[in-house]
Design a protein around this ligand. Sequence first.
Ligand code: PMP
Length: 392
Amino acid sequence: MSTFLMQPCPDDPILSLIGMFRDDPRSTKIDLSVGVFRNEEGQTPVLHAVKQAESHLVATQPTKTYLGPVGNTAFTAAVARMAFGEARAQRLSGLQTPGGTGALRVAADLLARNANTGRIWIGLPTWSNHIPVFEAAGLEILTYGAIDIAAQRFDLDALQAALAAARPGDAVLLQGCCHNPTGIDPDSAQWAAIAALLEEKGLLPLIDLAYQGLGRGISEDGEAAGRVLDTVPDALVAYSCNKNFGLYRERVGALFIQAENAAARQAAASNAADLVRANYSMPPDHGAAVVACILGDAQLTQDWKAELEAMRTRLATIRNALAEACSTHGLALEAIARQRGMFSRLALAPSAISALREEHAIYMAPDGRINLAGLAMADVARLAAALARECA
Ligand code: PMP
C-alpha cells in the first residue's frame, strides 16, 4: 500500500476545456477560454523587442552565477520607475519574483508572518487563483461582491459596506487595471474613494497589477496604483511582466513594498527575502534579465511600447466590434466596449455556455469569462449571432 493516502484534486476546468477544444474537429471553433494574448491569426508570438534582448543577452551575459533571493535589482528598479514613476519608485523596495503569482504568494507569506496582519479582503468575482494562493499561505479570507455582473458595473457601495467591518492591519486585494475576469475597473472617483477608505481605516492594500499597458496605456493603467501608493503609508504591489512583455512561461514578476518609514520597509523587505530563501531560494533569471535589458535601452523600450500598443489597440478594436455586432442583434453588450484588458464576463446561464460550445464550437470559461484576444475580427459577427441566439 502506498504511503500516499490522498484523493486526486479535481481537474482545472480551463485545462479540460483546452483538451476539449484541441479535440474538436470543427474548423470554425473559437477559443475564448485561455488567458493569453493572441493576435488576429490566433498566435501568441515572442515580441521582437524580447527576441532582440535575448540575442543581446546570449552574446554578452558574463555569468550565470547566483543572484540571491531578491533577484535582479536592475530589473526591479526599472519596472518600478516604468510602472509608478521615479518619485514613487524611490519609496519602494522591490523583490523579483516568479511571476505575479509568485509575488502574490510572497506577499501572502509576509502577511501571514507579520504580527498584526493575517486577514485579507477579496472582492468577487476575482481571478480563480487568488483565493487558493492566500489560502495556501494560511490567511483568513473575507469576500464581498465587488462587481455586479448583471449590471456590468463596479459596486463601490458593496466594497464600502464590506470594509466597514475591516480591522486596522487587514489587507485588501485590489486589481490595479484590466480586471480579471470582468474587465470592469473602478473609475477615477471610485479609486479616490477606495484610497481614502483604506487610509482612514488603516488597511493595507495589496495591489495586483498584471496587465499594465493592455488597458488604456502604460501610465494610465498605473494611475490607480499610484494614487493608492500616494494615499496610504503601507502598501504591497504584486506586479507581473508576463502579459505586457509576452513572457508568460519565463515567470517574470516583482513584489514592491512601501512602508511608513525606512526601518519598517527594510524589515518587511528582509522578511520577504527570508521567506523566499526558504521557499524557492531565488527567482529564475532569464525573463527578468530580458525586461531589464529592454527597459535599459531607449530603442528597445520604444520598440516594446509600440508592440504593447498594438496589443492594446487590438483588444480595444475587437471590443468595439463585438459590442457593435451584438447591438445589431438587439443584444445590449455595449459595456464590453467600455471595459479594458483581455476579459469580460458575460451574464450567461450554464446551459447557454454549454450550448455555445456544443452547437457553435465557441469555448469560454465555465463562469462565462471570455478572453477577447481569442477572437479574430472575422469571427465577430458569428460570435454575436450565436450569443443573440443563446441569450434569447
Ligand atoms: N493576477 C491576475 C489578476 C492575473 O490574471 C494573473 C494571470 N492570469 C496573475 C496575477 C499572475 O500571472 P503570472 O503569474 O503569470 O505573472
